[in-house]
Design a protein around this ligand. Structure first.
Ligand SMILES: [Zn+2]
Length: 479
C-alpha cells in the first residue's frame, strides 16, 4: 500500500497595529511583563471591548491579497476554554462567519487553496522559571502583555503534499503579508506562528485519513522537520496495522520528534456562541474597494515580471522578490538604464552576502540606486575591475559616497597599461623560479598562482584580460 501525505496549515499572523484589537493598550514587543494591560484585555467585570478599525482593515487587506472574498456580514464569537495565560476564560474569535472566505496562493505554479481567515485576540504568555530558573525555584510566571493582540488566523485547505511544499507555502504567505505591510512576519518574536494538520491516505483514495495537529514549531525549518517526522511516525503506525488517533502533538526541536500534548477537542467542545459585547460587523463594499486599491504588485506578479520583462532566471527572480526592500531598490536601479542582469548580480551576490554577514536589513544600508548604476557603468567601461567593484559596493553599503570621486581620490582606477603590467608579470616570474619550473614541467595550474601574485602586487586594480595576454606572451611552453 503506497501512502501519501495530506497537509494543511494554520497560521497565526499578528497584525501590525499600534494598539490591541479590543482596547487601547500598546502592542510593542519586549515591554516589561504586565505593563501593557488594562481592565479590558484582562477581562475584568463590567468592561466592554471596542473593535480596532485598523485590525479589520489589515484583515481585509491580507484577505484581498490572498484572493479571498471579504464577508459583508461577519461577527465575533466566544470560544470558551480555560488557559492559565488568558484570565477571561474565553477568547474572542470568529466561528461560522469569518471575515475572509476562500482564496489561494501559488507555490511554484501549484494553487494552494485557503479555506478561511478570521480575526481573533491572542492570549498571554507563560514564562516557565524551571527548577534552576528565575529565583531558583520551579514555578511559572504569567505575562498578560500579549492578551488582546490582534491575530489573523489563516487556514489552508489540505492541498499540500510534502514538507518542502509546506515550507514554500509559509514562505510565500509571509512574503505576501509583508508586501501588504500587515504583519512583520517575525518568527522569533512569535508574530508569525504555524500549526500543521497531517494525515496519510493510500494513493488514489479520496477520503482523508485521521489527522493529527502538530504545534510548537519556531522556524520554517522546524515546520519542515516536524511534518517529515510526523509523516514517518504515521506511516510506520499504519503499516503496522495501528490506527491513528486524532490528537495534538508537540514538536521537540532538540529530539527531532513529536509527542502527545492532548487529545484533539472538537469545535463543539468550545461551546462557541456569538460575542454578546460586540455588535455584528457589516463591511461596506466601498471600503473594501478602497483598501484593495492600496495593494501594489504582489510577489508572484513581480517574479513573473522579472523573468518575462527583465530576463532574470526563475531562481534569481524568486530570491529578489522575496526581499521587498531589495526588489523595490532593484526596480529603481533598472529605471536608470542599467542592465537588469548586472544589477541583480550585484544585489544577489555581494549585497546579500554583506547583509547576512553584518546582520543588517537592506533599509539600514547607505546605498543609493545611483551608486549601483555608477559602479556598473565604471566596470562596464573598464575603469574599475571586478574586485574593486565589489569593494566599492561594500563601502557604499556601509557609508554614503560618490563612486567616481572615490575612484579618483583613492586611485582605484583599473590599470590597463600593457607595458606597466608586463613589467609586473616579469617581476613575479623572476621571483618565483620553483613555480616556473613546475609550470615548465607541465603543471599548468601554476598559471593561476602567477595571475594571483600579479593581481596582489597591483592591489586588485590590474585589468585581468591584460594580465592574461601578457602571461600568454611571457610564460614558456609547458612540457
Ligand atoms: Zn488593554
Amino acid at each position: 500500500m503506497k501512502l501519501e501525505a495530506v497537509i494543511g496549515l494554520e497560521v497565526h499572523a499578528q497584525l501590525k497595529t499600534n494598539t490591541k484589537i479590543f482596547c487601547g493598550c500598546p502592542t510593542n514587543f519586549g515591554a516589561a511583563p504586565n505593563h501593557q494591560v488594562c481592565p479590558v484585555c484582562l477581562g475584568m467585570p463590567g468592561v466592554l471591548p471596542v473593535l480596532n478599525k485598523k485590525a479589520v482593515e489589515h484583515a481585509i487587506k491580507a484577505g484581498s491579497a490572498l484572493n479571498c472574498a471579504i464577508s459583508e456580514n461577519t461577527r465575533f464569537d466566544r470560544k470558551n476554554y480555560f488557559y492559565p495565560d488568558s484570565s477571561k476564560g474565553y477568547q474572542i474569535s470568529q466561528y461560522d462567519r469569518p471575515i475572509c472566505v476562500g482564496g489561494h496562493l501559488m507555490v511554484e505554479g501549484k494553487k494552494i487553496r485557503i479555506h478561511r481567515a478570521h480575526l481573533e485576540e491572542d492570549a498571554g504568555k507563560l514564562v516557565h522559571s524551571g527548577a534552576a530558573g528565575l529565583h531558583g525555584s520551579d514555578y511559572s510566571n504569567v505575562d498578560f502583555n500579549r492578551c488582546g493582540t490582534p491575530l489573523l488566523e489563516i487556514v489552508s485547505e489540505p492541498d499540500l503534499s510534502s514538507p518542502e511544499e509546506a515550507r514554500l507555502y509559509l514562505t510565500e504567505l509571509r512574503n505576501i503579508l509583508r508586501y501588504v505591510d500587515v504583519c512583520d512576519g517575525n518568527l522569533e518574536e512569535g508574530s508569525f506562528r504555524c500549526d500543521a494538520n497531517i494525515s496519510m491516505r493510500p494513493v488514489g483514495q479520496k477520503e482523508l485519513g485521521t489527522k493529527t495537529e502538530v504545534k510548537n514549531m519556531n522556524s520554517f525549518k522546524a515546520v519542515q522537520k516536524a511534518i517529515q517526522s510526523e509523516i514517518e511516525r504515521q506511516t510506520l503506525a499504519l503499516i503496522a496495522g495501528e490506527r491513528i488517533v486524532q490528537e495534538t502533538r508537540l514538536w521537540n526541536d532538540a529530539t527531532g520528534t513529536t509527542h502527545v500534548m492532548r487529545s484533539k477537542e472538537e469545535a463543539h467542545d468550545y461551546r462557541y456562541f456569538p460575542e454578546p459585547d460586540l455588535v455584528p460587523l457589516s463591511i461596506d463594499k466601498k471600503w473594501v474597494e478602497e483598501i484593495r486599491a492600496t495593494i501594489s504588485e504582489l510577489p508572484e506578479a513581480r517574479r513573473q515580471r522579472y523573468i518575462g520583462a527583465h530576463g532574470l532566471s526563475a531562481e534569481d527572480a524568486g530570491i529578489l522578490a522575496e526581499n521587498k526592500e531589495l526588489a523595490d531598490f532593484f526596480d529603481k536601479v533598472i529605471t536608470l538604464n542599467v542592465p537588469a542582469k548586472q544589477a541583480s548580480n550585484h544585489l544577489l551576490g555581494t549585497t546579500l552576502g554583506f547583509l547576512k554577514e553584518s546582520k543588517k536589513e537592506f533599509a539600514e544600508t547607505a546605498l543609493t540606486p545611483e551608486n549601483l548604476r555608477d559602479i556598473i557603468v565604471a566596470s562596464t567601461d573598464g575603469k574599475i575591475g571586478s574586485t574593486i567593484a565589489k569593494q566599492l559596493l561594500i563601502e557604499l553599503l556601509t557609508e554614503k559616497g560618490d563612486v567616481f570621486s572615490i575612484i579618483e581620490k583613492r586611485g582605484l582606477a583599473q590599470v590597463n597599461d600593457e607595458s606597466a603590467l608586463r613589467e609586473q608579470v616579469q617581476k613575479v616570474l623572476d621571483a618565483s623560479p620553483s613555480q616556473l619550473e613546475q609550470y615548465k614541467g607541465g603543471s599548468t595550474k601554476v598559471r593561476q598562482y602567477f595571475f594571483g601574485e600579479v593581481m596582489k602586487a597591483m592591489k586588485g586594480k590590474a585589468n585581468p584580460q591584460v594580465i592574461n595576454k601578457v602571461l600568454d606572451e611571457l610564460l614558456p611552453t609547458p612540457a
